[in-house]
Design a protein around this ligand. Structure first.
Ligand code: GRF
Length: 191
């Protein structure tokens, strides 16, 4: 039986797109569902283009009623992959999918992580602190922001001429190169 993934994403969706394309003709894994919390998110169009079901979740219902659970159950989801979702994952989901929720963070955790550290804010802080390198962290999700066990990291240089945008572009390249492969490895190991 193929392992079924739900992608939680609420941004432009470039990682979601790379993951969808990576697993398109995969015999072991299928991308079944996109869970999104922004009606204008680019990832919804990507889901539509690839004929993948998507649901838009409301903040209040997501946290008070775990409103995405029925869709995850109906789709028989095995793994949840976060790719720019930003909301904290409720405990009931973490308990329901032990070691089966993975996130990607655009920096070398444990530095530059935690609440409020996302997207351009991360890159701006790294540049402001004159860091010489940054990178990506792929990790399991637990109850705290950007805290679960690290699965994989990759580094890149931070240039003196970098702006948050140029650094973000370099980080995105790393993300697109590694995230799908690491997901595939974790799934084949855990089965
Ligand atoms: C990525 O940089 C990822 O590290 C972070 O959110 C961003 C999402 O970008 N968690 P995209 O929507 O996949 O282009």
């Amino acid at each position: 039986m193929k392992k079924k993934i739900a992608l939680f994403a609420s941004g432009a969706g470039s990682n979601a797109k790379a993951i969808i394309e990576h697993f398109q003709n995969n015999s072991e894994v299928s991308i079944e569902l996109i869970v999104c919390n922004k009606s204008e998110a680019g990832v919804l169009k990507i889901a539509e283009n690839h004929k993948i079901s998507s649901i838009l979740v409301d903040k209040e219902l997501f946290f008070s009623k775990n409103s995405c659970l029925p869709a995850l159950k109906v789709a028989k989801i095995d793994f949840i992959i976060l790719a720019g979702f930003l909301w904290k994952i409720p405990e009931v989901l973490i308990q329901g999918f032990p070691d089966r929720i993975i996130n990607i963070h655009p920096a070398l955790l444990p530095k530059y992580g935690g609440k409020g550290m996302y997207g351009q804010k991360v890159h701006a802080a790294i540049i402001a602190n004159q860091e010489k390198e940054s990178g990506i962290t792929i990790h399991y999700v637990d109850e705290k922001y950007d805290h679960g066990q690290i699965i994989f990291q990759a580094k890149c240089a931070v240039l003196e001429t970098d702006t948050p945008d140029t650094l973000a572009a370099r980080i995105h390249q790393l993300e697109h190169k590694h995230y799908s492969e690491i997901i595939e490895k974790v799934i084949s190991k855990l089965g």
